[in-house]
Design a protein around this ligand. Structure first.
Ligand code: SF4
Length: 148
């Protein structure tokens, strides 16, 4: 069971095994990209970090923490498909970042997404982050083991 102590390696085992490649999630949204993942992703794409940020990513903030997500191609809707999604699937499948690799639309999807947000967006050393997380808990779900 996913909890606050689940490691990245364990999360990868759950996510990668469960994704059936149906591209549903990538058709109606896009994955988070962590700030620290940008240098390697840009290198693998053979583009500059600035080009990656400006052309392929959009800022995303949660619990007072800023990262990115892949740009969504929106057509009069608040969401859209990921900029790297093609008819046959993900254009950057072999170099996709962690969230792409663990997010699934099966029964574990919500739990693993919550794990990702808690691990990478909740900052226990930032009072505002904790305040926003507590506010979120009034309506949102969490995972076991989060100690505030
Ligand atoms: S980069 Fe690929 S796997 Fe990640 S959200 Fe976009 S299409 Fe999906």
């Amino acid at each position: 069971m996913i909890n606050a102590n689940t490691s990245v390696e364990e999360a990868l085992k759950v996510g990668e095994k469960k994704c059936n490649g149906c591209i549903h999630c990538c058709s109606f949204g896009s994955a988070y990209v962590l700030k620290e993942e940008i240098p390697e992703l840009a290198k693998n794409l053979k583009i500059s970090e600035d080009k990656l940020i400006n052309e392929y990513l959009e800022p995303f903030e949660l619990f007072n923490t800023k990262h990115f997500r892949f740009k969504q191609l929106r057509k009069d809707l608040p969401y859209g498909k990921c900029i790297f999604l093609e008819k046959k699937g993900c254009k950057i499948h072999n170099i996709r970042p962690l969230h792409c690799r663990i997010a699934t639309c099966d029964e574990n999807g919500e739990e693993i997404n919550n794990w990702f947000r808690i691990k990478f967006f909740l900052n226990l050393e930032d009072k505002e982050s904790v305040r926003q997380y507590k506010e979120y808990l009034q309506f949102g779900k969490t995972i076991p083991g989060v100690k505030l």
